[in-house]
Design a binder for this molecule. Structure first.
Ligand SMILES: *[C@@H]1O[C@H](CO)[C@@H](O)[C@H](O)[C@H]1NC(C)=O
Length: 444
């Protein structure tokens, strides 16, 4: 029975035991406490040898795809989850090769995501080395992620199909390439989905972040890390505009809480291991190739299908407003963060001296009521929306976001230049080309 328990424990566990030693411990008292005739003990010995070999077989069978963790409710696509081999290593090396004089080599996690795709393309264009990593989970339509991957391939960026929780894979990537930087964008996004699948937030945003930072801390040389936090850490903070010095201890959603936890985890890896870490608090990023779970995206879809759209109102019929930030502005902020990141100071997991630790707001500094967003979409799509006003449910959304970006302005030279109407026009043009290519289209 104890062996059966061991088996089921292994199946439930995310982590593969690093050594089969625990089976010996289970096994040896059993054998020692029985004095049996010779033939019987040979039988027993062969039986246990088989069991033992079975475990070894299971171990090797599971380890390449251990990122496919149990319990987060995701299915991975059938084609996925294989890495390794000399052809694979060659692709990894070639994608990560720096092609300009003072270029950097960057591992981008969540590379087939919205921000990840745009950042990867922009880095590659400058001549930096870029390797993508993405698990292509089905939180939203994986076909959109595969199409972004095709776009990346055309730009010369290879996206490894794997999970940030796969420590073996991360180790391998750092063995093959001495990345100077890690742009960590892989995460479980969305505030409302946390009501349905809380475990996926812990899995990606906490366990996944720790797995990435562990790999970075152990790498030689240690890379500098830039990662996506979120404006949602401001939570119930009502002092506007939100400044990096404001309190962030009142998250309004599990998503926000995991991002806040990430900022604290970043602090410890900086403090103990000397990792140079920059956290970016993104404010409602939108644009072409965006995320279908965001309001501007699903409003567009619904309006083109003449469906109704539900618009949330704040308390007392107050307007809900967002500091919408166009993707190209965000990309500039990401690249400037990478370019101004100082080197990590640790080696062999130990810090030599204090390392850089930063947090920046990346917003647009002009919040727009969601009703105005709908008005702009109506004009661009030339349709009238069937608006249904609803009270905002208390499941994680905050009524208002507004970034103070003076710190990013000073340290990164960050200066957003795209207003919501201009940015939405580019989004709508992309949307029509991508989803309705037969329709002669261009938003005016
Ligand atoms: C924005 O933040 C800076 C500190 O980074 C502060 O000096 C400034 O007063 C803030 N601006 C506003 C409008 O609150």
């Amino acid at each position: 029975m104890s062996q059966l328990k061991t088996i089921s424990h292994m199946d439930d566990d995310d982590d593969i035991p690093s050594t089969p030693g625990k089976f010996k411990i289970d096994k040896s008292p059993y054998i020692h406490h029985h004095r049996i005739r010779w033939s019987s003990s040979v039988l027993k010995l062969s039986f246990w040898s088989l069991v033992f070999l079975g475990f070894i077989f299971l171990f090797f069978l599971r380890s390449p795809s251990s990122g496919d963790a149990a319990g987060d409710g995701y299915r991975r696509s059938l084609s996925s989850a294989s890495w390794g081999g000399s052809a694979w290593e060659k692709r990894v090396r070639s994608s990560a090769r720096v092609r300009s004089g003072n270029g950097i080599s960057v591992l981008v996690t969540g590379a087939a995501g919205f921000v990840g795709t745009h950042v990867s393309v922009a880095l590659k264009k400058r001549g930096d080395g870029v390797l993508g990593l993405d698990n292509f989970n089905d939180y939203y339509d994986p076909a959109l992620k595969r199409d972004r991957q095709a776009l990346l391939e055309r730009s010369g960026v290879f996206v490894v199909d794997g999970d940030i929780n796969d420590a073996g894979l991360l180790r391998k990537l750092f063995d093959v390439v001495a990345f100077s930087h890690v742009m960590h964008l892989a995460a479980q996004a969305g505030v409302r989905y946390a009501m349905k699948n809380p475990a996926s937030y812990v899995h990606s945003n906490i366990a996944g972040l720790v797995a990435v930072l562990e790999a970075c801390k152990s790498a030689n040389p240690q890379p500098a890390v830039v990662w996506a936090s979120s404006s949602s850490v401001y939570g119930l903070n009502s002092k506007v505009p939100f400044s990096e010095k404001d309190r962030t201890d009142q998250p309004a959603s599990l998503y926000a809480a995991t991002k806040k936890a990430g900022e604290e985890i970043a602090h410890t890896y900086n403090h103990i291991h000397g990792l140079s870490i920059t956290g970016l608090r993104f404010f409602t990023v939108y644009g072409p190739w965006g995320r279908p779970d965001m309001a501007y995206f699903f409003f567009t879809k619904a309006m083109l299908q003449s469906g109704r759209i539900e618009i949330f109102e704040g308390p007392d019929h107050g307007t809900v407003a967002r500091d919408f930030t166009y993707i190209d502005d965000i990309v500039k902020g990401c690249l400037a963060s990478l370019d101004t990141a100082e080197k990590s100071t640790g080696s062999g997991g130990k810090k030599k001296r204090a390392a850089q630790l930063r947090v920046f707001n990346l917003g647009n500094t002009s919040p727009v009521p969601v009703t105005d967003l709908v008005g702009i979409l109506e004009r661009l799509l030339k349709v009238k929306a069937n608006r249904v006003m609803l009270r905002m449910p208390r499941n994680g959304d905050v009524p208002f976001t507004h970034a103070n970006i003076s710190l990013a302005q000073r340290e990164l030279g960050y200066k957003p230049t795209t207003d919501l109407r201009t940015g939405l026009k580019k989004f709508v043009n992309w949307y029509l080309r991508y989803y309705l290519p037969s329709r002669k289209s261009s938003a005016s």
